[in-house]
Write a protein that binds this ligand. Structure first.
Ligand SMILES: NC(=O)c1ccc[n+]([C@@H]2O[C@H](COP(=O)([O-])OP(=O)(O)OC[C@H]3O[C@@H](n4cnc5c(N)ncnc54)[C@H](OP(=O)(O)O)[C@@H]3O)[C@@H](O)[C@H]2O)c1
Length: 336
């Protein structure tokens, strides 16, 4: 396992981060422990969770596992924003919800601090000044080491960075966006902000919930009944079949299979390596329902797609852009 700097923090994280969204949902505690053990044995030190994953159960499982480890060996990231109760203030990024949220997360995780506390999304009802002041207080109290953001737009991220800069408050050091071969609009604004500001990038759903894992092939009529995509169909999640069963997806998958064949690697490993080869990416957050899946996904690290293979994948997965991201508009911003 290689290690990379988490943006400008000086912290070295494994180039694969382990996602724990399946823990307590599709994955039992015993299997979650096996996944965590294997990840740590492979040199992984970066683990992502959220209060909302199985309404706290993911954090609890991780906490019971962490209780057996040396705390300092792991960089633990969690998130706050989504409902943790039915009350009107059990959600969002208000000061009370952030303050209550971190206390509850620390308790479930059985730790005194988290390394990275992320807003799970923007909150249109709470001013960003209020949010950043609350997060800064958590860092000053020692409950949180660094702060990060997920699911924000380019202007929101830049605005937050400027406010932190001008007030000398804690600043987001890490962005957790959805980014994969089927989701490339992330590149239009967000990755430019991150490159310019030296913000770490930790892509979620590197396999788009399983679409890029190799088990979905052109001609399939429906997802396997026990797959994430079938569950997504029932729950209306973003990765559901009807959102991706289209020619663009099958074209990307055809190309992914060709490159996988050429490299002798599995499609999932190629899809994750495509992210690892992007210099603005710090650590894709790999998801796994089983130990076998994690073992495959860990094999994404330790080798490199060639520039030609990267070009092939980039061309196949290119998303049509329009103004102000198209070539005409880029020309209007260019100077020799
Ligand atoms: N910030 C956010 O809003 C946000 C949102 C989503 C996720 N996340 C984070 O990102 C992490 C990863 O996201 P994700 O779970 O969506 O990642 P993903 O890798 O895109 O999808 C994981 C799913 O794909 C299938 N899969 C994974 N590896 C496979 C393999 N080798 N072979 C066959 N199937 C495989 C499994 O589903 P089945 O086998 O059940 O089909 C697995 O649960 C999460 O754990 C969480 O930490 C963050």
């Amino acid at each position: 396992m290689q290690y990379r700097l988490l943006g400008k923090t000086g912290i070295k994280v494994s180039e694969l981060c382990l996602g724990t969204m399946t823990f307590g949902r599709e994955t039992s505690e015993t299997d979650s422990f096996a996944i965590l053990d294997a990840f740590a044995a492979a040199g992984g030190n970066f683990i992502d969770t959220a209060d909302v994953y199985s309404r706290g159960i993911s954090e609890e499982i991780l906490g019971r596992w962490l209780a057996r480890q040396r705390r300092e060996d792991f960089i633990i990231a969690t998130k706050v924003r989504f409902p943790m109760g039915d009350g009107p203030n059990d959600t969002g990024l208000s000061r009370p919800h952030i303050m209550n949220g971190i206390e509850a997360s620390l308790k479930r995780l059985q730790v005194d601090y988290v390394d990275l506390y992320q807003i799970h999304g923007w909150d249109p009802l709470t001013s960003i000044t209020e949010i950043l002041r609350s997060l800064t207080d958590l860092v000053r109290r020692g409950m949180v080491r660094h702060i990060g953001a997920s699911n924000v737009t380019g202007w929101q991220l830049q605005q937050a960075l400027e406010i932190s800069r001008h007030r000398d408050w804690e600043s987001f050091v890490c962005l957790q966006p959805q980014y994969n071969l089927l989701t490339r609009a992330t590149e239009w604004e967000l990755l430019d902000v991150c490159r310019q500001e030296n913000i770490a990038v930790i892509p979620w759903s590197p396999l788009r919930g399983g679409w890029l894992s190799g088990k979905f092939k052109r001609g399939m009529e429906a997802p396997p009944v026990d797959s994430r995509i079938a569950i997504a169909d029932k729950n209306g999640w973003g990765e559901r079949w009807s959102n991706y069963n289209n020619e663009q997806t099958w074209h990307v998958l055809d190309t992914l299979f060709e490159v996988a064949k050429e490299t002798g690697k599995k499609p999932a490993q190629v899809a994750i390596n495509w992210l690892l080869r992007n210099d603005v990416v710090t650590a894709p957050i790999v998801g796994a329902r089983t130990l076998e899946q994690l073992t495959v996904n860990l094999g994404a690290s330790g080798w490199e797609l060639t520039p030609e293979q990267m070009n092939t994948l980039n061309d196949a997965s290119a998303t049509p852009v329009s103004y102000p991201y198209d070539a005409d508009a880029q020309w209007q911003r260019a100077r020799d």
